[in-house]
Design a binder for this molecule. Structure first.
Ligand code: DI6
Ligand code: FE
Length: 406
């Protein structure tokens, strides 16, 4: 059976193997029915291109990588918050704006007010911007509804974005993001409702691939998150956590204790948190966009992650408040410049390790049997993906073997 398509003369960064780029020069990459059938040198091809594949083309030495994976976004939301950006430029802090009724709750108002079609129309261009930058798998969280109907609306819109663009979207219920104003004096009632009503309803509807919470002084306490994770685990839902971003509440260890897919942010994580993540195989998702936008000064414990062998992912955290970042490549640049990840660590963080943070073993590297999610870049060196700041570098993007670049 012939392959559908064969790329020749590639500079292939396979990202297969335990570290580095997995570089193959003068390489070829073939696929059939959305699955990779060959990743190796042109020299070792088991026949002539015409005999092997229905169509083939030379990419003239261009860099070819797996489709990128953005494993942490909040890109479905109504409105925007440029006014809060201006307030922060005047010296207001993110926490002060949030306590004064702005922040997440202001996006909640706009998201509740939007129709489902309106929310889709507002959100789609943000996902398209990521796709133009090489993203073929994308995680999208709810969390700007804070009532069940709006949370479900967000999750449906997220799935619809995936179908509209021909890329993979993984959805996450972010039930504990902020306390909705109507529950301001009934905190426990809100937690009980999320655990006892929302989780079963969302699981039953099959709308979420995982659940997430914001564990922070301005959001939810560790014991509240534990109750929620306990309920989610009983329903078979995997957990992720916004952990130790602004303060150290032991979030990294908490997520690891529930076999968390990932703990995210981690600027304030301590040695015990790192060790717990290593034991549980929980991925550290680094979000340099919010670190940058909030002018944070503490960096995540990168050296300790390396030392303990904790896999690091890099994501945009695309959201209207703390990370209005619509380029995963820019997140790579920030991870390398601000957190000092090597260019290879940054790229692995947005491919193979990001896939792991979503529980996906079928992508993030170019190897026989993996999904044919492939990007051909206007670049020759893999380090260029973290090196260039801005501009457009993706030349062709394939998701499951189909050309999806708009
Ligand atoms: N952490 C974040 O970075 C975003 N949510 C969260 O839990 C911020 C969300 C926002 O400000 O709208
Ligand atoms: Fe986030």
């Amino acid at each position: 059976m012939r392959w559908d398509h064969l790329l020749l003369d590639c500079t292939l960064a396979t990202l297969a193997g335990d570290d580095g780029y997995g570089l193959i020069e003068h390489a070829a990459l073939g696929w059939r029915d959305g699955t990779i059938t060959y990743a190796g040198t042109v020299h070792d091809l088991p026949g002539t291109p015409d005999a092997l594949a229905t169509t083939s083309e030379s990419v003239h030495g261009a860099l070819v990588t797996p489709g990128l994976v953005d494993c942490h976004t909040h890109l479905v939301f109504g409105g925007e918050r440029a006014n809060e950006f201006e307030m922060r430029l005047q010296g207001e802090s993110y926490e002060a704006i949030s306590r004064a009724g702005g922040g997440i709750v202001s996006s909640v108002r706009a998201t509740r007010a939007a129709s489902e079609d309106g929310l889709f129309e507002q959100s789609l261009p943000r996902a398209r911007a990521l796709l133009r930058d090489g993203v073929t798998t994308l995680e999208i969280k709810s969390g700007y509804g804070l009532d069940l109907a709006t949370e479900m609306k967000m999750l449906r819109v997220a799935r619809r974005i995936g179908s509209a663009l021909g890329i993979s979207v993984r959805t996450t219920l972010l039930g504990l993001h902020a306390l909705p104003p109507e529950f301001s004096t009934r905190r426990n009632d809100y937690i009980a409702m999320v655990c006892d009503e929302w989780l079963p309803a969302v699981a039953e509807a099959g709308l979420a691939d995982a659940v997430d919470a914001f564990c922070e002084g301005i959001a939810f306490a560790p014991e509240e998150v534990r109750r929620y994770f306990g309920a989610a685990s009983k329903l078979g839902l995997r957990v992720k956590l916004h952990a130790d971003q602004l303060s150290n509440l032991g979030g990294a260890a908490l997520a690891a204790g529930y076999g968390g897919l990932s703990a995210d942010h981690l600027e304030c994580t301590d040695a015990a948190g790192v060790a717990a993540m290593a034991r549980a195989g929980t991925v550290a998702v680094l979000l340099p966009g919010s670190y940058y936008a909030l002018r944070e000064t503490r960096t995540p414990p990168i050296a300790a992650f390396r030392e303990h062998g904790v896999a690091m992912a890099v994501a945009t955290d695309l959201n209207p408040g703390t990370s209005p970042l619509r380029s995963l490549r820019l997140a790579l640049n920030m991870a390398s410049t601000l957190f000092r990840l090597t260019a290879a660590e940054s790229l692995r963080g947005a491919s193979v390790n990001a896939a792991r943070a979503l529980g996906l073993g079928d992508r993030g590297a170019l190897a026989v049997g993996r999904r044919a999610d492939v990007v051909i870049w206007k670049a020759r060196q893999p380090a260029e993906l973290a090196y260039w700041i801005g501009g457009s570098l993706a030349q062709r993007v394939f998701a499951g073997g189909a050309d999806v670049l708009p």
